[in-house]
Design a protein around this ligand. Structure first.
Ligand SMILES: *Cc1c(COP(=O)(O)O)cnc(C)c1O
Length: 417
């Protein structure tokens, strides 16, 4: 049996899961500052080309305290809604450090960014016209659909022939006509082919395609290859990490070739979300019931899909670690086929299906790893459940509350009575 990820990384610092749940309640998102900073640094050193920028994709996790750390590490950020822009501003990001990547935005949403001097990317001809009418003579970026997609689920493949995203390369003459009509300056092109690739090839191929499209425009200040960098969710099976070194070298090569050929040196940027935040967080929950089913043991917990929806929504895998009621890791005993479920009234409320886990008893604590990306940010109040608190294990190993649990008053606060 391999060690637990949380042990290998000393994830909980000076505390342990039991103490954390006693102090902050169950379930609970726990973040590790050192791991977060390390991931930011890995992305920043992905390529050596000097004009290189990492834009963190805020939707993966928008906790303001985590955003502050990401900002301290020198990353810029992508936003896809005014709400994300508000959080980024709160975390200290300046307008020039924010890139607003819109999809079917209203004119109010575009105005929100234009007023602040935030660069906007549009992803259709009709939205380019809208932008031009709101900000004639201004700067704009467009999202290109390079015709290549990749991702861990149909739902997250965001380029290619089957998605709503991006402007097709055939429309470039039309783009140019509209740019001229509204006297717009096209300062950037961006793409995002999908989420969670573990093989660098499609990303590199799509980057090459984007560079060939870039040759159509002569005022570009930046070229943005998008996000999607995968992380190994199956650590217990020994899954390999994405080979960043190989990916970085490939990107450096094509950037070097392109810039020297054309004699222009724009900024290159990438948009990682998951890679930055997924592994710095685990989700803790408590076991309230154990039931022997016909083929599997059902372990009933407070980890419903209102707290972490990825398994129910994308069929995603998260490793599960078992801790006992005193906060000590459990790895002995006869492993059995186990299905971990939540407390939501739907049979799809399964967080881990048919896993081989050590014997689990009521009162045990389950640790769901790699929960930092699309975890809390997709959590909801379904079934009128309260979204959990979020705690940071800081650089010194101490636990700090960075967002409190919802209250019933929060749930009632939006009504007129
Ligand atoms: C979601 C998104 C990203 C980040 O994707 P990850 O898989 O989390 O890296 C980047 N760019 C855009 C436009 C996105 O919508």
């Amino acid at each position: 049996m391999r060690g637990y990820y949380t042990e290998e990384t000393n994830f909980f610092g000076n505390t342990n899961p039991k103490q954390l749940l006693e102090k902050y309640g169950s379930p609970l998102y726990v973040y590790n500052e050192n791991i977060l900073r390390q991931r930011c640094r890995e992305m920043k050193s992905l390529i050596s080309y000097p004009r290189f920028r990492v834009c963190y994709s805020t939707k993966a996790n928008s906790n303001v305290h985590l955003l502050k750390i990401i900002h301290q590490e020198g990353l810029h950020a992508d936003a896809i809604s005014p709400g994300e822009i508000v959080f980024l501003e709160k975390a200290g990001f300046k307008p020039q450090e924010i890139f607003f990547i819109t999809n079917n935005a209203s004119s109010q949403e575009m105005e929100f960014a234009i007023e602040r001097g935030i660069t906007v990317s549009v992803d259709s001809i009709s939205q380019l016209k809208l932008y031009g009418s709101l900000n004639p003579g201004g700067k704009v970026a467009i999202r290109i659909n390079p015709g290549i997609g990749a991702g861990h689920s149909e739902k997250v493949i965001t380029a290619g022939n089957n998605t709503k995203f991006g402007i097709y390369p055939e429309l470039i003459p039309e783009v140019k006509r509209i740019l001229k009509e509204y006297d717009l300056k096209l300062v950037g092109i961006n793409q995002h082919i999908g989420s969670l690739f573990m093989d660098p090839t499609p990303y590199v191929e799509a980057a090459k395609t984007l560079l060939s499209i870039a040759e159509n425009f002569n005022e570009l200040e930046f070229i943005d290859f998008g996000g999607g960098f995968g992380i190994p969710y199956r650590k217990q099976e020994g899954q390999d990490r994405l080979d960043l070194k190989a990916l970085g070298q490939k990107l450096d090569e094509i950037i070097h070739g392109w810039t020297t050929k054309h004699g222009i040196y724009p900024t290159f940027q990438i948009e990682p979300g998951r890679y930055i935040v997924a592994e710095c967080s685990v989700l803790l929950g408590t076991v309230y019931a154990v039931k022997q089913g016909y083929n599997t043991t059902y372990v009933g917990t407070d980890l419903g899909f209102n707290v972490l929806i990825r398994p129910a929504m994308y069929n995603s895998h998260h490793d599960v670690e078992v801790y006992d009621e005193n906060g000590h890791p459990v790895k002995s005993g006869e492993y059995q086929d186990t299905t971990v479920v939540g407390n939501i009234c739907e049979s799809g409320d399964i967080i881990a299906k048919n896993r081989l886990l050590p014997p689990i008893r009521e009162g045990y604590i389950l640790v769901v790893t790699d929960a930092g990306a699309y975890g809390y940010s997709m959590a909801s109040n379904y079934n009128n459940r309260l979204r959990p608190a979020e705690v940071l294990i800081d650089k010194n190993g101490n636990d700090v509350l960075i967002r409190r649990r919802d209250t019933f008053e929060d749930l009632l606060s939006t009504f007129n009575f």
